[in-house]
Design a protein around this ligand. Structure first.
Ligand code: IFM
Length: 457
């Protein structure tokens, strides 16, 4: 394989990302209470092999080792999330000093290693106590979230500059409340719209709170938009299917957050479900609070077409009845996701246009069936190729004017891949779950090499 030699602008942040429930383990330690993911993963049938995040990568007890790994890889930044149920075990009660202390030590360890912390406040582990009160369906969640943000930013804001409110609210709403694949596992399209609105309201309510507790903060949200393709020879019905899918996957968040309005057609397409009374006066102004940058997580494109006469028209995504998912085009990753650097570039460029903001790719990566070879290494040529091709697509976009400020590989470590449990490995570092031994994969070495060859290092 040829050497990858593309360079990125000065100050570009090279990082890797993880999320609390996926790596920390220590599920019942130091006052942490259950989250909706503890409940969901412990219920039979929700995850592969009944896997849970009880132990995960045991990162809670291995911070020093994991930060040393990041330093050896040459990372500038580490994107992690804070577990709300460690900070406020009951959701909105008093703060738990032991939970706060864990992140306090993590931040200090990172700074000692010369690595910038990039902190996400919510990566899906809502305290179960709050779900018992309605969770994201209860409008009060916006205030609960803002109070939680005040605690975390108040504790870490003297050392952390990069703050992200939510990770992938699409997953926390549509995937969780309409499709039922993620906690809390509901299957109700209207609920997913209400949850999406309250997630955005929580985001918008927390933005000024973050700024108040951390003057000079860089505040963002991370979305997971996806480029939507229809059939090459599609007709008007297919074009409408693309529009509806795009609204449910992308516009649902781009609209309110960056344009202060739901996207064209969305409210009409969902009017048979609701009069949208959950959208109250002033909400859209709060939701569209100015941000400093946008985080984009993207892995694959989406392909759809219109249902034809006699075909099942039901689709759980809001406004998407009559939209049929088309199979991805090969090559596919171990997740069955289409590998498409082209669509990656297209959606990152669109995210910049929609938001008018500098972009960080806050997650990108791929799962493959990795094994530790006889030589003790993990040879993952497909992940190396995926990494290079996606970075090359981004480098082309930067050459054409994209304001891209950083890239975070998903993930630093193999980890708990939600409903897929530990079956799917996304790490640039392999984790042997029986020993917790970490092994840098060939892709991790390649990433370190790419970082090291950037100008100014
Ligand atoms: O593991 C997830 C992560 O939690 C959110 N973005 C996508 C990743 C891969 O599925």
């Amino acid at each position: 394989m040829e050497t990858f030699a593309r360079t990125f602008p000065d100050g570009f942040l090279w990082g890797a990302a993880t999320a609390s429930y996926q790596i920390e383990g220590a599920a019942a330690e130091d006052g942490r209470a259950p989250s909706i993911w503890d409940t969901f993963s412990h219920a039979p049938g929700n995850t592969a092999n009944g896997d849970t995040g009880d132990v995960a990568c045991d990162h809670y007890h291995r911070v020093a080792e994991d930060v040393a790994l990041m330093r050896d890889l040459g990372l500038d930044a580490y994107r992690f999330s804070v577990a709300w149920p460690r900070i406020h075990p009951e959701g909105d009660g008093p703060a738990n000093p032991l939970g706060v202390g864990f992140y306090d030590r993590l931040v200090d360890e990172l700074l000692r290693a010369g690595i910038q912390p990039v902190v996400t406040l919510y990566h899906w582990d809502l305290p179960q106590a709050l779900d018992d009160r309605g969770g994201w369906l209860n409008r009060d969640v916006a205030e609960w979230f803002a109070d939680y943000a005040a605690t975390v930013v108040g504790a870490l804001g003297d050392r952390v500059r990069h703050w992200t409110t939510l990770n992938e609210p699409w997953c926390a709403s549509v995937l969780s409340y309409a499709i039922g694949e993620h906690a809390p596992g509901h299957r109700d399209t209207l609920e997913s719209m209400v949850a999406a609105h309250h997630l955005m309201l929580a985001h918008g309510t927390a933005v000024p709170v973050i700024r108040e507790h951390c003057p000079g903060a860089e505040v963002s949200i991370t979305l997971n938009p996806t480029h939507v393709w229809g059939p090459e020879d599609g007709d008007d019905l297919d074009a409408d299917a693309v529009r509806r899918a795009d609204n449910a996957l992308n516009g649902l968040f781009f609209g309110p957050i960056f344009h202060g309005a739901y996207p064209d057609g969305f409210l009409d397409d969902t009017a048979h479900l609701t009069d949208h009374a959950y959208v109250r006066d002033g909400d859209l102004a709060a939701i569209s609070a100015p941000l400093d940058n946008l985080g984009v997580n993207n892995y694959f494109p989406t392909r759809v077409r219109a249902a034809r006469a006699g075909e099942d028209r039901t689709n759980p995504m809001p406004g998407c009845d009559g939209v049929v998912a088309e199979p991805p085009h090969p090559p596919l990753t171990a997740m069955g996701w289409e590998v498409s650097p082209e669509s990656h570039r297209l959606i990152v460029e669109r995210s910049a246009r929609e938001s008018g903001l500098p972009i960080y790719v806050t997650e990108n990566g791929s799962a493959w069936d990795d094994t530790v070879a006889a030589d003790g290494a993990v040879h993952d040529p497909e992940r190396v190729a995926y990494l290079r091709s996606h970075l090359a697509a981004l480098a082309d976009a930067v050459d054409d004017g994209l304001d891209l400020r950083g890239y975070f590989a998903w993930s630093l470590l193999d980890n708990f891949e939600w409903a897929y449990g530990y079956d799917k490995r996304f790490g640039i570092v392999h984790v042997d779950y029986s020993t917790q031994r970490r092994t840098v994969k060939d892709s991790g070495r390649e990433y370190a090499r790419i970082i090291a060859m950037q100008p100014g290092r």
